[in-house]
Design a binder for this molecule. Structure first.
Ligand SMILES: [Zn+2]
Length: 469
């Protein structure tokens, strides 16, 4: 805990305003983030909300205490895309039933996801519920919605939510139902009373995952799981609901409709936070443009997770984030420098006030990083370390890459220093020039002063180029 605790201000999508955040219960601040559908590796865009809202989680810890924050992020482990990947495996000759292959795929993907997000320095949430563990609660909520006149069964195994039964539908994204129909690919089906109505439950064929329900063997629609899980783990009303802005409609509008209708009032999440999307080198990431990559792809290319985190946090979460190779190179050089500066130093008791203030101002991570640069320039290393760690940077867990790349340069410094000494006597500087040129070519900055020679690795430092010198 710090002695000064700034008031957090957050931009609430629901009110379209930035306002002071007051938790419902400061002893238990509750947040929910929509998690991944576990059918494949997380791509870079999937990681942005995880990193951004991890900073919020850390900030809430700092202000309210780690024991007074509950963070839930779900795994959608029942979905047609998962079924499709399992079916492709079965068709390729994999052993086991389709249901077993589905389970194998979800387990494997959850493992990858947790490992990848861990490498980006994301703390694990307090609860990571899986949809398949909450089928009972979803069925109960659907029955309740039918009883209250907000949903209907079509008699053929489907249950649909009646959008017209909820007056506030569309309030989150601020759009009218007509605009939403025009802008979205609304699936028209014979069993819908209105084209906007969405699926709460659907029938499963015998080989697909399915659960017994009052409407026959079937599986839930996507939206109902977040309503059921958040209610079970956080209560009918809680503080913060976050996600990417691609989820605002229909997913979050549908969550609100389900939860508010089930609760019978306007409770549910108080503050809605949405992060903007991610681009790569100024273009939308897509497989057809060849600029699509997973977190694992980047890590395998040798981009450290800490560098990915740093680049993400350099852009405010409500602005589009552009991933570029140049930014990654610069981030690597900065982190290398800061890690050298703070090596062997104990972090200060708390982060710098300016860093806390920036984060409290609607998670201004870009501003916080600007403050870190100032602390580094001023040589205030203990505060730099504590402040960076509040952002999940310069932590021990993320530091292996910097250690592995650390090369003892003292021999090379000594070598150049001796060459300079003898050149002073002989007036022949050719050896000094040769060494300097070679060091610079290896990506080192050569600093020569009366005090001696200092070699500083730049972002393109390649230790292999020093061999034989
Ligand atoms: Zn959700």
């Amino acid at each position: 805990m710090t002695t000064t605790t700034p008031a957090i201000k957050l931009h609430n999508t629901k009110t379209r305003k930035k306002s002071e955040f007051t938790p419902i219960d400061a002893k238990n601040v509750r947040m929910y983030l929509c998690g991944p559908t576990v059918y494949d590796r997380a791509h870079l865009g999937n990681a942005r909300p995880v990193v951004v809202f991890d900073v919020l989680y850390r900030l809430l810890h700092q202000i309210y205490g780690a024991d007074h924050v509950t963070y839930v992020r779900n795994f959608t482990d029942v979905d047609d895309k998962i079924n499709a990947t399992a079916l492709a495996r079965k068709e390729a000759g994999a052993a086991g039933t389709l249901e077993e292959l589905v389970q194998e795929r979800t387990e494997e993907t959850i493992g990858w996801y947790l490992s990848d997000m861990g490498k980006l320095g994301a703390l694990e949430p307090d609860h990571m519920p899986r949809a398949t563990q909450y089928i009972g609660q979803m069925i109960t909520m659907i029955e309740d919605l039918i009883a209250k006149g907000h949903a209907y069964a079509d008699g053929a195994g489907h249950v649909l939510f009646s959008v017209k039964s909820y007056d506030n539908y569309g309030h989150l994204s601020g759009r009218s139902v007509d605009d939403m129909i025009a802008g979205a690919r609304v699936e028209v089906a014979d069993n819908k009373r209105d084209p906007m109505d969405f699926v709460l439950w659907k029938p499963s064929t015998d080989d697909l995952p399915g659960w017994d329900s009052p409407w026959g063997r079937g599986r839930p629609g996507w939206h109902i799981e977040c309503s059921a899980m958040s209610q079970d783990l956080l209560g009918a009303s809680f503080d913060i609901h976050a996600g990417g802005n691609d989820l605002m409609f229909p997913h979050h509008e549908n969550e609100i409709a389900q939860s508010c209708c089930a609760n019978g009032d306007d409770s549910f999440a108080k503050v809605w936070l949405h992060n903007e999307m991610l681009q790569v080198e100024g273009k939308k990431m897509s497989k057809s443009l060849g600029n699509f990559f997973t977190v694992e792809d980047l890590l395998a290319q040798g981009v450290p997770g800490e560098v990915i985190r740093f680049v993400f946090l350099q852009t405010h979460y409500r602005k589009p984030m552009d991933w570029t190779e140049k930014k990654a190179k610069e981030a690597e050089a900065t982190l290398r420098k800061w890690r050298a500066l703070t090596a062997g130093i104990e972090p200060a008791a708390s982060a710098a006030a300016a860093v806390l203030d920036a984060l409290a101002d609607d998670l201004n991570t870009a501003g916080a990083i600007a403050e870190l640069h100032k602390l580094a320039s001023a040589g205030v290393t203990a505060e730099l370390l504590a402040s960076a760690q509040l952002l999940g940077l310069l932590t021990d867990e993320l530091g292996d890459w910097a250690k592995a790349a650390k090369v003892d340069l003292s021999n090379y410094e000594h070598h150049l220093s001796k060459a300079r000494q003898s050149a002073m006597e002989t007036k022949d500087f050719s050896e000094v020039d040769r060494l300097k040129t070679a060091y610079i070519a290896a990506g080192l900055e050569v600093r020569m002063s009366k005090a001696g020679v200092e070699l500083v690795p730049g972002s393109d430092f390649d230790p292999a180029k020093l061999e034989g010198l």
